[in-house]
Design a protein around this ligand. Structure first.
Ligand code: SAJ
Length: 409
């Protein structure tokens, strides 16, 4: 089968290469330099296993700036959040579907993998395709892989497929690269499932964050309490932290609720998580209350541990707020090469600092010893991820404040 994959980003490119194991694939992107890079045999994306997969399938993969006629079309373009209105910006989806509509013929399959609000397939996408040709088969099959484990998850995770029986055989052939199960349903339910997954995670994290703030006031350690509660067979509380980042969990709850005024819990959870950088800043403020122009070392700008991705990172809000408060902020991240703020090495970030604040749960920070903080002017630490060796640091005379631990105040 010939497959056109439209949108060659974090999801589209790995998907295209996996499809090329069995099919002839043309990867399509409006970015001409990306297409040129790919046709030169180079990969613009760093993901475990992607290089060797690329070598394996190079013969069956080419890139182009416009879709070519194919047997199946897979759309993997981004769906950003319109920040002002808190609604999905479907401009890329519409453009991609219209470009496919130019070449699609009767009986062919179009799959939308981009995450979209419920109803998008039925109201926006399918009418455009129905106008283009008779009997176009359609499926919404949202992607659910995470950065740095993309290939592993794409080949192992179950998939939800919103379609009808006319398309199922081609769908099975297309997604033969996954060992996961295909859960068949209708397109709107598939849209809902994807958003419900990420919303449930956001609400779960908000609850953990609320427990952390309550524990600080009550004078208990939320981490200890959560560990014990999680021993219960039906309880699974997540970890508190400095907020939620990444491209999906910060936006998907808004895609789900849309403008529905009945939704209360979901927007509240978003609000709690969005407020966490401010709460962490409050902990820093307590630590440096007696310093005139405090210098703060931020450890980690990636949105989560051991990845280089900084999209929607809670570090961004923390840094901006801290700078607005007159703090001199130095930023270090061992996994990130470039960020909006200049990045420095760890020693430089800590040198002369009055507070070191851990924002990202990188393994590299777990191993920090008291001596690593020797260059600081005032040795105080805020650990928003509960990952440092607190006892050892305190024994060495370092003042340590841990998000969610109210036992030390
Ligand atoms: N976080 C916490 N506490 C926790 C767990 C996470 O504060 O207990 C924070 C992380 O530090 C991070 C954010 O939440 O800032 C989100 O991280 P994540 O690992 O929960 O999720 P993502 O955004 O990397 O990927 C999610 C995944 N969805 C689910 O696990 C339900 C992934 O499977 C999806 O493919 C992806 O969203 C997506 O593309 O939608």
């Amino acid at each position: 089968m010939k497959v056109a994959v439209v949108g060659l980003g974090h999801i589209g490119l790995p998907t295209a290469l996996l499809l090329a194991r069995r099919h002839e694939v043309v990867g399509v992107d409006v970015d001409e330099s990306l297409v040129a890079t790919l046709n030169d045999g180079e990969l613009p994306l760093d993901e475990p296993g992607l290089d060797s997969l690329h070598d394996e399938v190079a013969e069956r993969f080419t890139a182009a700036t416009e879709p070519e006629p194919a047997d199946a079309y897979v759309i993997t373009v981004p769906t950003p959040l319109d920040q002002r209105e808190n609604v999905a910006d479907l401009g890329f989806v519409r453009a991609a579907v219209e470009s496919v509509a130019e070449v699609v013929s009767a009986g062919e399959l179009v799959v939308l993998e981009s995450t979209v609000p419920p109803g998008t397939s039925e109201r926006l996408v399918q009418p455009i395709l129905a106008d283009a040709a008779d009997d176009v088969r359609y499926a919404h099959c949202p992607e659910r892989a995470i950065p740095e484990r993309t290939l592993e998850e794409m080949t192992a995770n179950d998939r939800v497929v919103g379609t009808d029986e006319r398309a199922t055989e081609t769908i099975r052939d297309l997604y033969a690269f996954t060992d996961g199960e295909l859960h068949l349903t209708d397109p709107t339910t598939a849209e809902f499932v994807k958003l419900a997954e990420n919303t449930s995670r956001d609400v779960g994290i908000a609850l953990a964050n609320e427990f952390a703030m309550l524990a600080e006031g009550i004078g208990v350690d939320a981490h200890e309490a959560i560990d014990i509660a999680n021993e219960h067979p039906r309880v699974d509380i997540l970890n508190p932290g400095p907020g939620v980042g990444g491209h999906c969990i910060t936006t998907d709850p808004w895609f789900l609720t849309g403008a529905d005024a009945q939704a209360r819990l979901v927007p509240l959870a978003r609000d709690i998580n969005d407020g966490m950088p401010d709460h962490v800043l409050g902990l820093v403020r307590e630590q440096v209350a007696h310093v005139r122009r405090p210098r703060v070392a931020v450890l980690g700008v990636a949105y989560k541990g051991n990845v280089s991705d900084t999209r929607e990172t809670p570090a961004g809000r923390f840094i901006r707020r801290a700078e607005n408060d007159g703090y001199d902020v130095r930023v270090h991240d061992p996994h990130v090469e470039a960020y909006d703020e200049p990045l420095v090495d760890r020693e430089t970030a800590l040198e002369g600092a009055d507070c070191a604040v851990v924002i990202t749960d990188h393994d590299a920070f777990r191993e920090l010893s008291p001596a690593d903080f020797d260059g600081m002017r005032t040795r105080t630490v805020v650990d928003s991820r509960n990952i440092l060796a607190h006892d050892a640091l305190r024994e060495a005379g370092i003042s340590v404040s841990v998000l969610g631990d109210g036992t030390q105040g």
